[in-house]
Design a protein around this ligand. Structure first.
Ligand code: SF4
Length: 292
């Protein structure tokens, strides 16, 4: 039973439907339906996580690839992800698993691996941490917590690589189990989040502040997409926002390559990345160019 679809914790009944509380969308889900992420389903008036222990991607990565440059440097991290995502980014670099419904319909893909099997594999491969990454870990937050709890007992650290769209409920649910987060700050406009990701900026900013306040190690990543989020004012606003929290928070500026539905934008030039780094360095102490 440990790796079957599992009833989740973060939801409440609302009339005949269920309100999922895992992310800031807070989907109202009727009988038989799933929320936006496609992996939390109302089955006979209970909410189930369809991807509990269904691992669609699994690799041993250098931690710098997450990217985290100021946490457990020069170690390997056991990285796992499932299918599904609560965002619909038209430039997603992992759209084959994040937008799985477009490719596989309702079919949930992924090898069956329980939290204890994952922890065992991480220890055996000499990793110092487990990273919940590749797709959005918030949508499987109960599985992340079960795995993190076991990982802690084996002295492994837990890392979330996330779009930051956690609800307050979700943040409170996981905050004592996560040691580090890399949060994507994809843009500094509501319009970009609405048009490009079918989401909203405000909850992401709130998560960033909460994570810092809680003392979880925090690094931030922005994928620089030519013609989309590379305006000087917008980049300045991102850097200033991070600096307003702490100018030592590392900011990773990442190179875009045409992907998914955003094939008509060119890859980010080195020149733009360097200019962004110059802007960032006016406000922040640690600005890194990545994905080149
Ligand atoms: S995790 Fe988010 S997107 Fe998925 S069902 Fe819950 S509220 Fe909706």
């Amino acid at each position: 039973m440990e790796i079957q679809e599992k009833e989740v914790k973060l939801y409440k009944k609302e009339g005949k439907d269920l309100r999922c509380l895992a992310c800031a969308h807070k989907c109202l889900i009727s009988e038989g339906k799933t929320g936006i992420c496609g992996v939390r389903q109302n089955i006979k008036n209970k909410l189930y996580l369809l991807v509990y222990g269904r691992i669609a991607a699994r690799h041993i990565d250098p931690i710098e690839k997450k990217p985290l440059h100021h946490f457990l440097q020069n170690t390997s991290t056991f990285s796992i992800g499932t299918v599904g995502c609560n965002f619909k980014c038209n430039f997603c670099q992992n759209h084959d698993i994040s937008q799985f419904q477009e490719f596989y319909g309702d079919k949930i893909l992924g090898e069956r691996l329980s939290p204890s099997q994952i922890v065992r594999q991480a220890v055996r491969s000499s990793c110092k941490s487990i990273s919940y990454t590749y797709n959005e870990p918030t949508i499987l937050i109960e599985f992340v917590k079960d795995t993190s709890r076991l990982a802690r007992r084996k002295k492994l650290k837990n890392i979330m690589v996330t779009n930051g769209y956690l609800s307050l409920e979700s943040f409170n649910f996981i905050k004592n189990y996560i040691d580090a987060m890399n949060i994507d700050l994809k843009s500094f406009t509501e319009e970009f989040y609405r048009e490009r990701c079918k989401a909203s900026l405000k909850p992401v900013l709130e998560t960033i502040k909460r994570v810092y306040k809680k003392g979880i190690h925090l690094e931030i990543t922005t994928l620089i997409i030519p013609g989309e989020n590379d305006g000087i004012e917008e980049l300045k606003n991102i850097a200033k926002f991070i600096a307003s929290i702490d100018k030592n928070i590392p900011w990773h500026i990442s190179r875009f390559f045409p992907h998914h539905k955003l094939m008509y934008r060119p890859m980010t030039s080195i020149n733009i990345l360097q200019k962004t780094q110059e802007i960032g360095k006016k406000y922040l102490n640690n600005v890194y160019i990545g994905n080149i």
